[in-house]
Design a binder for this molecule. Sequence first.
Ligand SMILES: [Fe+2]
Length: 168
Amino acid sequence: MATDSLHELMIDGLRDIYNAEQQLVEALPKMATAAADPGLANAFRSHLQETEGHVNRVAEALRALGETVSGKKCEAMEGLIEEGSELLKQKGKIPDAVLDAGLIAAAQKVEHYETATYGTLIAWARTMHHGEVTELLEQTLEEEEKANDMLSDLAEGGINEMANAGAM
Ligand SMILES: [Fe+2]
């Protein structure tokens, strides 16, 4: 697709994040299963539910713009998830809390990627006066920011200390 206009850049960006969110729907259950800390496992499960909603909101945004709902492989998300799955292979070989601390780090990289992406898409949608799209994406951005904060709270609320103590 020729991306010679801001509108087309935005459509391209929406299709990229649509695919990225779908990849996350596949990855989050594996992270929830691998997490040893029950609070962390819950955080991954509740963010999975939110992420299913994010997929739907991006689809709605594309429809609101009169575009077909389709994704375009997000190489960045694929790479971030690949790094996380390297860590999953270490389960049972490294202390649980170390694995949890690593899972949090991987998940926060994902949240930052999403936060950056939605921040840009919202700014473009505002510039082009697409109010409905702006609102949809703002709801998702808020959930991504909360998910990131929750991960920081879990890391700093005990998991990092346990990892540092090397508890199995
Ligand atoms: Fe998301």
